[in-house]
Design a binder for this molecule. Structure first.
Ligand SMILES: Cc1cc2nc3c(=O)[nH]c(=O)nc-3n(C[C@H](O)[C@H](O)[C@H](O)COP(=O)(O)OP(=O)(O)OC[C@H]3O[C@@H](n4cnc5c(N)ncnc54)[C@H](O)[C@@H]3O)c2cc1C
Length: 492
């Protein structure tokens, strides 16, 4: 039997690569150190509540559909994706509540109440974001990593619209006047763990995939996606071993030979795809003799994307004022990002995100209760804040902030879990707890992100949030596709 392709890690990027390779006729074995697949996409159940612990907003449905199509299946036979409406409910300190909705007349009416001129400004912004997607998608998102050659596919006329040299916020200001809308549109930077005051305006493309493409929720919870991909992979013949940690990638004369598992068993492989943080691969999984071209030093110094502080709350009562996705904006957005990226501190006045899947899936909480996922953006792990000694008081602070916004649930918490950046690093292998790999706070981030094919080790590939095209569920699904395509090209 031909030696298999081994995939280290059953995160969404690893499963995506496994499915594509198996569908192309490769023998594929996945080793996952955790008891369950999914990586950062995970769930917890206690006291009759169920919470997703990682992603909560799913966009770019077509990316998942393409993966099922590549395996000759239909997504609808595995997952029921329902549109979330409103996409998000936004709460501002001055009492304004804005539902971002697919219902354009309702959306226009809400915008007009803020500033009538912003109705046309918002439409122009959507057109601008759609153009960014048309221009950048084929080169930076849906294909293998960009090269100077692939950039030639962008016409000179389109190239000047890539808009990499000003910030997201600067571009947004050119379209809308209302501070409410500016804050709302700037928030899309956080979908890749970046700051709207530093990330290149090109990242306004994220607004396109959500505001024009919509937000989807899989019945049964976001974790249903991981379950569906596991089922699809196994049906395609992928062997998945959970509770199986890879300790080393065996390399001889610059080429991958296989992997060594915890317990010293070795498994030969014709190629390896690491669905692991790229810097961690170089630091812990490759032999120390890797070549001078190793990107470890550069990656260790690179700024990570932000992390998060999470409270999973089983809350007694029904909160009719809340939707499935809710944002309570802070009073000073630039200061919040300064706290995160310059001071390395969790914000004193954080924007609070509250996702409640029991609004859509009633069985996620006992009758008369709700399952709250509260997320606050936090800095990647560093020296400025010690979560070991300060997490409990930050939890109290976040609950007090919610209370100030009219949501005092402190006496009505029936079940609770807390996840700090330290937990995210420990449980998911996220280096410094970063949710989305390396920072996108730089116009050249797309070029600096590690390639899906290792430069210095033949037969080694990368899929996942730290490799091209970056973090987030649709992106890592594409990352798996890019790694699989490069590997198949090389085998051919
Ligand atoms: C709190 C939070 C909120 C988020 N919100 C969103 C959101 O709303 N929308 C969105 O699109 N994205 C969101 N994301 C980001 C998204 O979850 C990630 O980008 C994506 O799931 C990462 O997938 P990945 O393929 O990089 O693999 P990972 O999820 O990083 O999984 C890697 C896997 O490899 C395994 N592994 C590592 N080392 C080894 C080893 N040596 N041997 C065996 N196995 C190993 C790990 O156990 C893990 O299962 C969020 C993430 C978090 C944490």
């Amino acid at each position: 039997m031909a030696e298999p392709v081994i995939i280290i890690g059953a995160g969404i990027g690893g499963l995506s690569a496994a499915i594509r390779l198996a569908a192309a006729g490769q023998r594929v074995i996945v080793f996952e150190q955790n008891p369950l697949v999914g990586g950062k996409m995970n769930e917890i159940r206690t006291d009759g509540f169920r919470w997703d612990t990682g992603p909560s907003v799913i966009t770019m449905r077509h990316v998942l559909e393409d993966l099922f199509t590549a395996a000759g299946r239909r997504l609808d036979d595995y997952l029921t994706l329902v549109p979330v409406e409103p996409l998000t409910r936004y709460f501002y300190l001055d009492g304004t509540v804005l539902d971002v909705t697919r219902d354009w007349p309702r959306m226009a009416e809400q915008i007009a109440r803020l500033d009538e001129r912003d109705v046309e400004g918002y439409l122009a912004y959507l057109a601008y974001a759609a153009r960014l997607h048309r221009i950048t998608g084929p080169v930076f998102i849906y294909d293998r990593p960009p090269t100077p050659g692939s950039l030639l596919r962008v016409s000179p006329a389109d190239m000047r619209h890539v808009d990499a040299w000003r910030t997201m916020d600067a571009a947004i200001r050119g379209f809308v006047r209302s501070p409410h809308l500016r804050q709302l549109l700037g928030r899309f930077a956080t979908y890749v763990g970046a700051s709207p005051y530093r990330a290149p305006a090109t990242l306004n493309v994220i607004a396109h995939v959500e505001l024009t493409g919509g937000v989807w929720y899989p019945r049964g919870g976001i974790y249903a996606i991981a379950r569906a991909l596991e089922r699809l992979a196994r049906e395609c013949g992928v062997e998945i071993h959970t509770g199986c940690r890879v300790e080393q990638i065996i390399v001889q004369q610059g080429a991958v030979q296989g992997v060594k598992l915890a317990g010293a068993q070795t498994v030969p492989a014709r190629a390896v795809i690491a669905n692991v943080d790229v810097a961690t691969v170089y630091e812990r999984l490759l032999p120390t003799t890797h070549t001078l071209r190793s990107p470890l030093r550069r990656l260790s110094r690179a700024e990570p994307s932000c992390s998060g502080f999470i409270l999973l709350l089983g809350v007694e009562g029904s909160h009719l004022q809340l939707a499935h996705h809710n944002i309570f904006f802070s009073s000073d957005y630039p200061r919040e990002f300064d706290d995160i990226f310059r001071r390395g501190q969790p914000p004193d006045d954080p924007t609070l995100y509250v996702a409640i899947t029991s609004k859509t899936d009633a069985e996620d909480a006992p009758t008369g209760n709700e399952n709250w996922f509260v997320l606050v953006n936090a800095p990647a792990l560093g020296t400025a804040f010690d979560w070991v000694t300060r997490a409990a008081s930050y939890r109290d602070h976040v609950l007090a902030r919610l209370a100030e916004r009219g949501l005092d649930v402190r006496q009505r918490i029936r079940s609770e879990h807390m996840l700090t950046p330290l937990d995210l690093e420990r449980l998911t292998g996220a280096r410094r707890g970063a949710l989305y790999g390396l920072s996108s706070n730089n116009p050249l981030a797309a070029f600096r992100r590690p390639h899906n094919r290792a430069r210095d080790v033949r037969g080694l590939y990368f899929a996942g949030g730290t490799a091209h095209p970056g973090g987030g569920v649709p992106m890592v699904t594409l990352s798996g596709a890019a790694a699989a395509r490069l590997l198949l090209d090389d085998l051919a």
